[in-house]
Every structure is written in structure tokens, then in C-alpha cells.
Ligand binder design. Structure first.
Ligand code: SIN
Ligand code: FE2
Length: 220
């Protein structure tokens, strides 16, 4: 019998994932997206064929270093007018691509594993990080319903996720997120400040020099 160190997850994913508490209402689910990663990446490619990557501009006029796109009934948009959810992709003037079934299923399952049963996302923001790219501390507060959690899926290169408190000045925890890890925050942590430290160089077998993050929200 051979013993494979990397053979620790069944093909269907962990039936009971390792749930790592971050804060009240916030957990990391290690590796839960790993079995679906190739399908998720193929579905990202399909989304960007219709709604390509773009660098949005903040209301203050700065271009974001993270490249973004969306799928779902509405997409998160930033421009000179502010932040909002919009059913129309401003680049194409068409609706955003539908949320792939693989995305929806993963988001709902992960939310339930984190204690948020019945999560039905209507928006998925897709973020692309290259080495050096960072995302500064912010709250996700453009959604109408803070009763639903945020579900965040990491693919490709590892990152250091910054998970702070309710005030911008609260010192954030530094959490290493690897390919397939999922973070869920809701309830008392729903408006926690969070961000991503500058991405380190690396080469990932599936995504090369990139990290892709999917964040699922109930926006409407
Ligand atoms: C986000 O806050 O929208 C993205 C977080 C991440 O990339 O891990
Ligand atoms: Fe966020």
C-alpha cells in the first residue's frame, strides 16, 4: 500500500471540512473548493469571454490594481459616481453573465458548512490578482441585506488575507489562504474590515502567476 501525503481529500471533497474559526460569525473552510477547482476555472473563462477583466476606478479617481468582473443578476461596479450593484455591465451595456451552477452550488454548500443555511447569492464579484497586487482594507457594505454572509473562494496562488474588526483601525489577523480555501463571514462579523496583502510571486499548476477570488454576496 502506498501512502500519499497529498491524498488527504476524497474526490468529492471533505464531507466534514476543517472549520477554522476566525471571529464570531467568521470561519475558514480549508480546501473545500479544491475538488471543483478545474470546473470553477473553466467557468471563470466562460464568464470573462462575455464580461472581460477590467480595472475599475474608485470614486476618488484611482484605478484599482485588482482586475475584476462579475456574474449573477447584479454585479459590483465602481466608477466616478460611486460604488453600487448594477444589473448591466457598463463595458458591454448587456446584463452580466449568469452565475454558473458550479459557483452557486459551492457558495450555498460552503455557507451551510459555516452555519449559514439557505444562502442564495445573486452576485459574484470575480477578482484577479497578479504578484504585487493588493486590496486595501474595506467593508462589504453595498449590499441591501446584511443578514446574508459573504462567501469568498480562493484559487491559484496563495495570499495573505487580512481580517480585521469593526473599525478600520483594528489590527487585522493575517490568514494564509491557499488554493481551494473558502472564507465565510456573516452575523456579527458581516461588516468586518478585510483586505489582501500584496500577492507574492509564485507559479501555480492551474493558474500560473495568478490568484483568482470569487466573492459571493446577496446584494438585492
Ligand atoms: C474582496 O474583499 O472582495 C476580495 C477578498 C479576497 O480576494 O480574498
Ligand atoms: Fe470585500
Amino acid at each position: 500500500m502506498t501512502f500519499d501525503l497529498f491524498d488527504d481529500l476524497p474526490p468529492s471533497g471533505p464531507a466534514t471540512p476543517a472549520v477554522e474559526p476566525l471571529a464570531d460569525g467568521a470561519v475558514v473552510l480549508r480546501g473545500v473548493a479544491r475538488p471543483d477547482a478545474e470546473v470553477l476555472v473553466a467557468d471563470v473563462q466562460a464568464v470573462i469571454a462575455t464580461a472581460p477583466w477590467r480595472h475599475m476606478v474608485t470614486p476618488g479617481g484611482l484605478q484599482m490594481s485588482v482586475a475584476m468582473t462579475n456574474c449573477g443578476a447584479v454585479g459590483w461596479v465602481s466608477d466616478a459616481r460611486g460604488y453600487r450593484y448594477d444589473p448591466i455591465d457598463p463595458l458591454s451595456a448587456n446584463p452580466w453573465p449568469e452565475m454558473p451552477a458550479s459557483f452557486r452550488q459551492l457558495a450555498t454548500t460552503a455557507a451551510a458548512q459555516a452555519g449559514f443555511a439557505g444562502f442564495e447569492p445573486d452576485a459574484c464579484l470575480i477578482n484577479r490578482y497578479a504578484p504585487g497586487t493588493r486590496l486595501s482594507l474595506h467593508q462589504d457594505r453595498d449590499e441591501r441585506d446584511y443578514g446574508a454572509p459573504i462567501v469568498s473562494v480562493s484559487l491559484g496562488l496563495p495570499a495573505v488575507f487580512l481580517f480585521g474588526g469593526m473599525r478600520r483601525a483594528d489590527k487585522p489577523q493575517r490568514v494564509r489562504l491557499a488554493h481551494g480555501d473558502v472564507v465565510v463571514w456573516g452575523g456579527p462579523s458581516r461588516l468586518a474590515f478585510h483586505g489582501v496583502a500584496p500577492l507574492a510571486d509564485g507559479d501555480h499548476p492551474l493558474l500560473g502567476q495568478l490568484r483568482i477570488n470569487l466573492t459571493f454576496r446577496k446584494a438585492l
